[in-house]
Design a protein around this ligand. Sequence first.
Ligand SMILES: [Zn+2]
Length: 242
Amino acid sequence: MATIVITEQINILRELQTLDAQLYALRRQLNAKPEQINQIKTVQQQLVQQAQAIEARYKAAELKKNQKEMELGQKEEQIKKLQGQLFQLKTNKEYSAMQHEIEGFKADKSVLEEEILKLMDEVEQVKASMAVERQNLKAKETETNSQIAVVEAEAQKLKESADQLTAQRGEIRVKVDPSILAKYEQILERKEGVALVPVRAGSCGGCNMLLPPQLINEVHMAQRLVLCEACARILYVVDAAS
Ligand SMILES: [Zn+2]
């Protein structure tokens, strides 16, 4: 009688194991989805940072240009002021000293003008690449957003399939003897979805360890659940030749 029961139970467990193998595979795929989404978001984040970096460069160049323009204005003021004072001077010596000073300011002024021209060029260039970068970012954002949507849709589909399988396994599960089911599910969880394995050419179909002939005999006799001594999975025989 025990023989019949164990054989029947094994047959039900085989059905269950088929579903569970699919279910674990689905869950593995499903569990990988958040990481896939994170990777896409990291790419997005990098692009945003690139755009921000170029914007910072633009602001810095603009600020420097404004400062130089202010300095230029001050130089011009100083030159004007000194030029106004020139006529009030009494001696030639004082006159030429001040003229010398004015020349110095004028030299400073042309250096500043030179620098401002370069900065204006820089501002223009950075502004142009900023526009390119923004457009690039926008396009990439559209692309990555649709990539995320695809992954999310895949995840949804996987979840639906997993739910379906879970419902199916629920129907089979109730046919298994509670203590056998408990054992099976415990192994299932520990062995990541593979609890029941066939004997294949005298070896365990789960871990490939060669099984002692006595143990294989017991599997054939089906009087109790026989576990592989190496991986602790439940063994069964597909046919008498196993
Ligand atoms: Zn094994």
